[in-house]
Ligand binder design. Structure first.
Ligand code: IMP
Ligand code: MG
Length: 182
């Protein structure tokens, strides 16, 4: 292993409080409507399930899952986005909310937004747990944002380093060892 789990950046209680706040805001904004949450696999899976529960019964929530490739196995975005798993149902005329774990360069998201916009939804918004805005290469409007974080590589609560550590309850900083990350 060329890295280790570093200090906690956002603990479990803080995450869960924030997710409940976001859920309540979304519930208010989409009250009485039908909303399709588009979970961007794999990183956003834990966040999406918690968020959906936090939205509660006042919104008719549907869950969709997409998988797009952004990184290979490193930590730097290639800017190339491939759709590895597409939507199961047509979304024309539907309210869509993309749920992402983190917005870094913004490249993955802006490509995904173009792709979804072409399907003519009634609306398309974005909810991201983490915003690493210092690394943005293309502008991305985040309608529901969990936390702004510094330019550190983070793991846990869905976020991985090379598919490791998604299962951690908190968000941690990943600390590079000799010749490791970055
Ligand atoms: P972007 O295209 O650079 O915005 O990349 C977004 C994707 O990169 C996210 O969905 C994550 O999968 C991954 N990513 C970016 N930063 C981190 C990080 O600090 N930890 C883990 N994954 C990250
Ligand atoms: Mg990843």
């Amino acid at each position: 292993m060329d890295y280790r789990i570093g200090p906690v950046l956002i603990d479990r209680e803080t995450l869960s409080r924030r997710v409940r706040e976001l859920g309540a805001r979304i519930a208010e904004d989409y009250k009485g409507q039908r909303l399709t949450l588009i979970c961007v696999l794999r990183g956003a899976a834990p966040f999406t399930t918690d968020l959906a529960k936090a939205i509660g019964p006042d919104v008719d929530v549907r869950l969709e899952f997409m998988r797009v490739s952004s990184y290979g196995s490193g930590t730097v975005s290639t800017g190339e986005v491939k759709i590895l798993q597409d939507l199961d149902y047509p979304v024309r005329g539907e309210h869509l909310l993309i749920v992402e774990d983190i917005i870094d360069s913004g490249l993955t998201l802006s490509k995904l937004q173009d792709y979804l916009r072409a399907r003519e939804p009634a609306s398309l918004k974005l909810c991201a747990l983490l915003d690493k805005s210092a690394r943005r290469q293309v502008p991305v409007e985040i309608h529901y944002r969990g936390f702004e974080i510094p330019d550190e590589f983070v793991i846990g609560y869905g976020l991985d380093y090379d598919e490791h550590w998604r299962h951690l309850e908190a968000v941690h900083v990943a600390v590079a060892l000799e010749g490791g990350i970055k």
